[in-house]
Ligand binder design. Structure first.
Ligand code: NAD
Length: 543
């Protein structure tokens, strides 16, 4: 019975556990990793709440240990995509008309399951399936996913609370209807939290979803679906399919009830989705919502007044954590000549201590890159960079795919600030540095702003307050997430709403009120308590 007004407390971020030697969380996680390694998971699609198996299976291996089969998933085809659309549309009426607090409670429960009994499972799945080290898995799949779920509920309550004024004799209300149709969630491999959030945020607002995860994230996607089921998500609200990406998209984008796409991935794929929607516009019942967070070519710009220890740390963490496979990863840096030697000395000393290997070893900082395709793409960039006479490979540049897709952290020093690795998204552990003359600082601001088509994240480092102000103002359009004296990665839900502009996406800020607003279509309702009973107005009376 909806006879209540619930108070939704301001959520707090899920604390990051430390995983110190002998800690309970470390023991539990290690146990879960070895339990999982003794099972070959058989992963079905989920359509209308049912497990769907086709026996057309694809094997899943940890990117860092290709000799170990972790799981296989059942590949579907467009018949399954059609079934998923039908299941979603069938679930729509009940889900959309459910009291929003009851929908919310499914996701709040999921958050508590993730933070509690499923924490080891979701972290182990992310470590094994996506080659994240323990810390990277913890901040992504446990903390960020729980944060998305909890903060979304809080922001949804703020949206629902936002109501128009009413003048005497009337009652005006805004009803935040879900979109009329279904939402298509297309998710990337690199964040388990994003994979979960892209279907959860429309679903929380009453929408039904067809979710197509990345093939290289299916292992942890399956754990997310297990958690949603345990949290009580009704059948058909989120349907997960594993069919060919282009075929799935073509079928979905030609359905009259396609109501919106929630995408995170590369710019090229997003562009093709947008173009298809444009071509198919005449088919749809409504104008679809198009939300996409896409690529980045994120920068660190240091001024001569920068603290060199802070700078070296920001560069190393920003560029190489999770093997540089964060959309926000630093992949180009601009350092003044006066501080370059000292900065490099510190970076070099630290890089020599970097351990790269199987992430089951907790002392490792970097695992493997996600796939053979990624390995080929990144190493092609490295080879091209080696062949360019404007470049010096300062560190790394080696790779090996015998046991897993391993690539050394690679630092390129370039004389050409418009060379390929300064401009294009590589999405791997490759950092290119341009050392500039201190006096050319103003020109460098222009260069940073105009080097790439993206505008996702950027960081500036300086101690001089006027310089910080200048960098902040001159680089206003260069990044949707701008950092001062910090690295350019590590946005936290509720604290730094995340997203970029230009070719980095629609900047709808995942995990925020602005994102949730894209998944509703408000209806304005005016009720007149004392309506007029005759057509004429007083001014029409005879003198
Ligand atoms: P990707 O573009 O290869 O894949 C993303 C999704 O699109 C996957 O589910 C994939 O199967 C699907 N896809 C691929 N081809 C398709 C097609 N023709 N039609 C429809 N769907 C298709 O990206 P990825 O390698 O998984 O992730 C890395 C990319 O994601 C990088 O460009 C990175 O910058 C970006 N990213 C951006 C953000 C952000 O918030 N801006 C966050 C994470 C990742």
């Amino acid at each position: 019975m909806p006879n209540k007004i619930a108070t939704i407390p301001l959520p707090t971020n899920e604390p990051i556990l430390a995983y110190l030697p002998n800690s309970t969380e470390r023991i539990n996680l290690k146990k879960e990793i070895s339990r999982r390694k003794n099972i070959v998971y058989d992963i079905p699609m989920i359509i209308a709440g049912k497990e769907v198996r086709t026996n057309d299976t694809v094997d899943i291996f940890p990117p860092h240990e290709l000799s170990h089969k972790l799981a296989h998933y059942h590949k579907g085809n467009i018949t399954h995509v059609q079934q998923a659309i039908d299941a979603a549309l069938q679930a729509r009426e009940k889900w959309a008309s459910m009291h929003w607090e009851d929908r919310a409670s499914v996701f709040l429960k999921a958050a508590d399951l993730i933070a509690g009994p499923y924490r080891a499972a979701i972290n182990a799945a992310t470590m094994l399936g996506q080659s994240k080290n323990v810390y990277q898995a913890e901040i992504d799949s446990a903390c960020e996913l729980a944060d998305f779920l909890r903060f979304n509920v809080y922001f949804a309550s703020q949206i629902y609370n936002e109501q128009p004024i009413s003048s005497p004799g009337t009652r005006n209300t805004l009803e935040y209807r879900p979109l009329e149709g279904f939402v298509y969630a297309v998710t990337p491999f690199n964040f388990t939290a994003i994979a979960g959030n892209l279907s959860v945020s429309p679903a929380l607002m009453g929408n039904v979803v067809v979710w197509k995860p990345s093939n290289t994230q299916i292992y942890s996607a399956w754990t997310i679906m297990e958690i949603f089921k345990e949290a009580g998500l009704p059948d058909g609200v989120i349907n997960m399919v594993f069919a060919n990406a282009a075929e799935t998209t073509n079928l979905i984008l030609s359905h009259p009830s396609f109501a919106g796409v929630h995408f995170t991935g590369s710019t090229g794929v997003f562009n093709s989705i947008w173009e298809t929607i444009g071509k198919n516009l005449h088919i749809y019942k409504s104008y679809p919502r198009i939300v996409g967070e896409t690529g980045g070519k994120d920068y660190i710009l240091a001024h001569q007044s920068a603290d060199i220890d802070v700078l070296a740390t920001a560069l190393l963490r920003g560029a190489f954590e999770y093997q540089g496979q964060k959309c926000s990863a630093c992949s180009r840096a601009y350092i003044p000549k006066s501080i370059w030697d000292t900065t490099w000395e510190k970076m070099y000393a630290a890089l020599k201590t970097f351990k790269i290997g199987n992430i089951e070893n907790f002392t490792v900082i970097m695992g493997a890159v996600i796939s053979e395709d990624a390995f080929k793409r990144i190493t092609r960039y490295i080879e091209q960079a080696k062949a360019n006479p404007d470049n010096i490979i300062m560190y790394g540049g080696n790779y090996d795919n015998k046991k897993g897709y391993y690539i050394e952290p690679t630092v390129i020093l370039t004389k050409d600030p418009k060379s390929a690795t300064m401009v294009e998204e590589i999405f791997g552990p490759v950092l290119t540095i341009y050392v500039y003359e201190d006096e050319a600082f103003d020109d460098i601001l222009h260069l940073v702003d105009n080097t790439s088509e993206y505008a996702l994240t950027g960081a500036v480092l300086a101690q001089d307050t006027y310089i910080i102000e200048k960098m902040r103002d001159r680089l206003v359009n260069s990044a949707g997430n701008f950092y001062i004296n910090d690295k350019c990665t590590g946005a936290v839900v509720g604290q730094q709403p995340f997203g970029g502009a230009r070719k980095s996406g629609t900047n709808d800020k995942a995990g925020s009120k602005w994102n949730l607003l894209r998944w509703v279509s408000p209806r304005t309702i005016k009720e007149n308590y004392v309506p007029p009973k005759y057509y004429s107005y007083p001014y029409m009376d005879e003198e």
